[in-house]
Design a protein around this ligand. Structure first.
Ligand code: R5P
Length: 289
């Protein structure tokens, strides 16, 4: 059980809610910069002898957030915390889970070595692909599942007769849970990625989605190209309303504006953005008990 929940710079939008659910002390890590850009990190409340949970979300300047979080982890230990745990609302670099080109850094593996100071690392829906279990990256890591939060949100919206689409094979791990909860079957498409901003999405077989509402579910919307290509495809098949649902809304390259031309976009609140309609604070609090 947590004694204190502390927000790092990327998690101020949710940490207070988590502390409130857990009925434990809340604090904000003080993060300042010296004139030369070096960080000055400070814990305003004592962490001595406590089971500390640091909450962080690695969006925006993720590399700075990595340094901040490492400084915080080591400092909490140095200040005598009993245990120092990290809860990552969005954890970066996991998609680089192997060396795709000669000489390349397998950043997904390196990052867990860097974070070995933490006693436990809980990650909201990490993007697992070739390494199927988060324990394959680190025995200290644990996944926090939020498919049920998405399913409940959709259930309450009462969108009838919708077709559920996953844009690629990895999306199956999320969409299958959501649709199981709702008593539906998903349609999982195939995606080829040629570059960070170039993907092709294909549908195999014939599907009658004419005039139907479509709910596309994926874990991450980054540049939005995966969603945009999927939308292009289903628009050709004359779908009616389109909903794009994601856990982590990064929205690089103005992706939200581009997507909103065609679809209603909704995400969980792992990363602050204008469409965080699915609040997962409760699920996180439960997972920390
Ligand atoms: C990767 O396969 C992920 O599940 C997402 O599909 C991907 O990160 C989305 O990226 P983008 O929005 O840049 O296409």
């Amino acid at each position: 059980m947590a004694d204190i929940v502390i927000s790092c710079s990327g998690a101020k939008h949710i940490t207070k809610k988590i502390a409130k659910k857990l009925k434990v002390s809340y604090s904000e890590l003080s993060v300042n910069k010296f004139p030369d850009n070096e960080f000055n990190i400070n814990f305003p409340k004592s962490v001595k002898g406590k089971n500390v949970f640091l909450i962080q979300s690695f969006y925006g300047n993720i590399n700075e957030k990595i340094v901040e979080t490492l400084f915080a982890g080591y400092t909490a230990k140095d200040l005598g915390a009993k245990k120092v745990n990290l809860v990552a609302l969005y954890f970066p670099y996991i998609r680089q889970d192997r060396r795709f080109h000669p000489g390349e850094c397998v950043s997904g593996k390196v990052i867990f070595k860097m974070f070995s100071v933490f006693d436990n690392i809980s990650i909201v829906e990490p993007h697992l692909h070739r390494i199927k279990n988060i324990k394959g990256f680190s025995s200290k890591a644990k996944r926090i599942a939020v498919s049920e939060d998405i399913a409940l949100y959709l259930k309450n919206k009462n969108i009838k007769n919708a077709v559920f689409i996953g844009p690629d094979i990895e999306s199956k791990q999320w969409i299958a849970h959501v649709t199981k909860f709702l008593g539906k079957k998903p349609l999982v498409l195939r995606k080829e990625r040629f570059a960070a901003r170039k993907v092709r999405v294909k549908i195999h077989g014939k599907y009658d989605i004419k005039g139907k509402d479509i709910i596309i579910i994926d874990d991450i919307i980054s540049t939005g190209h995966t969603m945009l290509e999927t939308i292009k495809l289903i628009k050709k098949l004359k779908a009616k309303r389109i909903y794009c649902i994601a856990i982590h809304g990064i929205f690089a390259d103005n992706a939200l504006k581009k997507l909103r031309k065609y679809a209603k976009v909704i995400t969980c609140n792992t990363i602050p953005n204008p469409v965080t309609k699915i609040n997962i604070a409760n699920t996180i609090a439960k997972s920390l008990k």
